[in-house]
Ligand binder design. Structure first.
Ligand code: MG
Length: 250
C-alpha cells in the first residue's frame, strides 16, 4: 500500500470516528503523483497544454454545421477575429469544431455588432453550444431587455445568470467555461452535465446542473451521446469571435 492509499484509508477511518490520532504532520502530506506543469501564459498567452481553436490566422479548425463545408465567416486579420456571415446561398452559417470534446475548460472572446439592428433576442444573438447541444447564450443585452433565462450568459431557457457582466457594445467580452459532460449507461443518464461560467472574470453560472439539450420550445430531456463539437451559433447577427482555446478535463 503506497502512502497516498494509507492517507486515504486514515481519512476514511477518521470519518468513521475510529482513527488513531495523527501526531506527525508528515502523515497527512502527499508527494506523488506530481501534477504536470503548465505554462499559463504560453504562446500568444495561451496555456501550454491548450488546444487552440482560433487564433486569428485561419478557420481550419471549423466547418459549417449544416453541410460540413468551409465556413463563410469573415476572417479579420487586423484584430485576429472572425465574424458571422452567411454565404451567397444564405444558408445558416453556424459553425462547429472539427474536433470533438467531452469535459472541457473553454476560453472564448466575443463582441456584439456595433450597428444596432433589432431588439430582444434579435440583437447580437449568438451562442456557444457545448458538445453541440447545450447553449451558453451570447446576446447584446446593453439597453436591451429580454426574458432573463435567455439573456446574455444564461444557460439558454434553463438557468438565469447570477449577474449581468457585459462590457459596453463594441468591446470584447470573454467567457471562461468549465463544463463537465454528462455520463450515460445505455439509454439512461447517470450523471447530468454541469457548467460554471465566468463572464469577463465574473461568476455568472455556478456549477449549474444542465437539464438536457437546449430547446427553444418545450422542456429539455437527455438522450445519450458521446463527445461532441463546440458550436458557435448563427442567429442572423454579425457577432465576432477571437482567441478561442480549450483544455480537456480528463
Ligand atoms: Mg443564441
Amino acid at each position: 500500500m503506497n502512502k497516498t492509499s494509507i492517507i486515504a484509508l486514515a481519512l476514511f477511518c477518521f470519518n468513521l470516528g475510529i482513527a488513531q490520532e495523527i501526531k506527525n504532520p508528515k502523515d497527512t502530506e502527499i508527494y506523488e503523483p506530481v501534477p504536470p506543469t503548465v505554462q499559463p501564459y504560453g504562446q500568444n498567452g495561451v496555456p501550454s497544454d491548450a488546444v487552440v481553436l482560433f487564433d486569428g490566422s485561419n478557420l481550419e479548425e471549423w466547418i459549417n454545421s449544416k453541410d460540413k463545408s468551409t465556413p463563410s465567416w469573415i476572417l479579420n486579420k487586423d484584430d485576429k477575429s472572425m465574424t458571422i456571415q452567411r454565404g451567397q446561398d444564405q444558408k445558416n452559417a453556424t459553425i462547429q469544431t472539427k474536433k470533438s470534446f467531452g469535459s472541457v475548460q473553454l476560453h472564448i472572446e466575443w463582441k456584439s455588432p456595433t450597428k444596432i439592428n433589432g431588439k430582444g433576442q434579435q440583437r447580437g444573438n449568438s451562442g456557444v453550444f457545448l458538445q453541440g447541444r447545450y447553449e451558453i447564450q451570447i446576446l447584446d443585452n446593453n439597453n436591451n431587455d429580454t426574458y432573463v433565462n435567455g439573456q446574455v450568459a444564461s444557460v439558454y431557457k434553463q438557468s438565469v445568470p447570477l449577474v449581468k457582466a457585459s462590457v459596453p457594445m463594441g468591446e470584447w467580452n470573454s467567457y471562461d467555461i468549465i463544463y463537465h459532460a454528462p455520463e450515460f449507461k445505455g439509454k439512461e443518464i447517470v450523471k447530468p452535465a454541469s457548467v460554471t461560467v465566468l463572464h469577463n472574470g465574473v461568476l455568472v453560472q455556478d456549477h449549474f446542473i444542465i437539464k438536457g439539450p437546449t430547446r427553444y420550445i418545450g422542456l429539455p430531456s437527455y438522450t445519450p451521446h458521446g463527445k461532441g463539437s463546440i458550436k458557435l451559433q448563427d442567429h442572423g447577427n454579425p457577432v465576432s469571435y477571437r482567441n478561442i482555446w480549450v483544455r480537456e478535463i480528463k
